[in-house]
Design a binder for this molecule. Structure first.
Ligand code: 5AD
Ligand code: SF4
Length: 435
């Protein structure tokens, strides 16, 4: 065993989970552990789990179960981190008999001690209402140009389908001074893109001593000198301010990509989901973005088959998708999540219908995406080159609108902004050439 232990980490779920895993990794290395890519070599295996949908939960539990052989054959410690841990806590020890420790996102700061303790007895980090917000102090990324920056944790919205308020706790904003110092330090070290993370970034600043809202925070970040750009996720249409659009129009640092989850095109379903906006409110935002920020890309999330969703409600979602012509759509069929309000609702939709609605939604969006993407051929855009694409001689990066681009290039382009022309449109990525 190397040092205090040799740890392998598997990560599922959203950007918060990826950022948490970076944090766990960095803290463990600082505490004298080593990290390995190989589960077979590890004496500690941590699965950082997501349970946002039932399928994600099944995958997380399946993965943890499959690690039994590492315990049986070598006595490796098996740990569960992430949202499964906060949702089930101690109950997981019963559900997964070979599990050695349970670590909630709030307790990441204690990860090294928890592993040490787990060598003696099974440990459950207590799910406390701590305001733990991961930062980049421990980040070990090498040659990285893109960083997650948490600006808040938790969520107070209680959308009726969503488990996040139960796994990530109440909403707490991170003090602006800390965020700005982190960005200044990373930018000075060569970072070229920051993705600000929060479940509802538009409500940033609530409860902070200094009065600063999300636009105020973006203004302060924009005022930091340097050649970098800023993205953020996720926005909530209820709290989304038009002032934000005005500011993005002026700024050359804040990116022109808006991820604005619609969830449903039916006002009845939006009410049942407790989203607190109407389709027309949403439409007002989309129109404003297109009018003020030409060329902006808008992407969304949609759930089909929410309890009580009629054929008519679903048709409204389809027509909303036709109307808004999103650049990208992440679509899901509804699944019950324990403890949520929707779990207790009547009018559950049979799986076959949920799947069929999802299929129709995806097919409608595929046509829209193909049309939009074809219209982008010939467009010039500025790409941050992040890495090789996986094909020799070809590099990979994103532009301000969050499009994925690949083009012929070399290592000297890594970490640089390169202007390219789009040559060919695919479903997820564009082929381009350097101008
Ligand atoms: N069932 C299906 N999809 C869900 N999402 C969140 N909770 C559920 C659920 N219970 C989707 C939402 C959210 C995205 C991250 O996952 O669309 O925006
Ligand atoms: Fe999954 Fe939500 Fe937890 Fe992220 S916050 S890991 S999406 S359950």
């Amino acid at each position: 065993m190397a040092g205090r232990g040799l740890v392998h980490i598997v990560t599922y779920g959203c950007q918060m989970n990826e950022h948490d895993s970076e944090n766990i990794t960095g803290r463990l290395v600082a505490a004298g552990f080593e990290i390995t890519d190989s589960p077979d070599a590890a004496d500690v295996i941590i699965v950082n789990t997501c349970i946002v949908r039932q399928s994600a939960e099944e995958r997380a539990v399946g993965q943890l179960n499959s690690l039994f052989k590492h315990k049986r054959d070598r006595g490796a410690l098996i740990g569960c981190a992430g949202c499964l841990s906060s949702a089930y806590g101690r109950k997981l020890l019963k559900k997964i008999p070979h599990l050695d420790f349970v670590l909630t996102p709030q307790d990441i700061g204690d990860v090294a001690e928890i592993i040490d303790d787990a060598r003696k007895k099974r440990v459950v980090s207590e799910y406390r209402e701590r305001a733990f917000i991961p930062d980049n102090r421990f980040n070990l990324k090498k040659n990285a140009y893109r960083y997650w920056v948490s600006i808040m944790k938790g969520c107070n919205n209680y959308c009726s389908y969503c488990i996040v308020p139960f796994t990530r706790g109440r909403e707490v904003s991170r003090p602006a001074g800390e965020i700005l110092d982190e960005i200044k330090r990373l930018a000075a070290g060569g970072a070229r893109e920051f993705v600000l993370l929060g479940q509802n970034v538009n409500s940033y600043g609530r409860g902070l001593a200094e009065p600063l809202d999300f636009v105020g925070l973006l203004r302060a970040i924009d005022a930091i000198g340097g050649d970098f750009r800023v993205k953020y996720m996720t926005s909530h249409p209820r709290d989304f301010s038009l002032e934000l659009v005005e500011f993005i129009r002026e700024s050359d640092k804040i990116c022109r990509h808006f991820h604005l989850p619609l969830q449903s095109g039916s006002d009845c379903i939006l009410t049942a989901m407790n989203r607190q906006y109407t389709l027309e409110h949403y439409a007002g935002i989309v129109d404003y973005i297109h009018a003020k920020v030409p060329g902006a890309c808008i992407t969304t999330d949609i759930i089909v088959g929410f309890p009580g969703e009629t054929d008519d409600d679903f048709e409204r979602t389809l027509s909303a998708v036709e109307r808004f012509r999103f650049n990208g759509l992440y679509s899901f069929y509804y699944s019950d999540r324990p403890g949520t309000a929707a779990e207790k609702m009547e009018g559950k939709i049979p799986l076959a219908i949920r799947k069929e609605r999802l299929r129709r939604l995806i097919a409608a969006q595929d046509l829209i995406t193909a049309g939009i993407h074809a219209g982008m051929v010939g467009l010039e855009t500025r790409v941050l080159v992040e890495r090789w694409s996986g094909r020799p001689g070809q590099v990979f990066g994103h532009d301000s609108e969050n499009r994925v681009l690949v083009f012929d290039g070399d290592e000297s382009m890594f970490g640089k902004f390169i202007t390219v022309r789009i040559k060919e449109a695919g479903k997820w990525a564009f082929k381009a050439e350097k101008i």
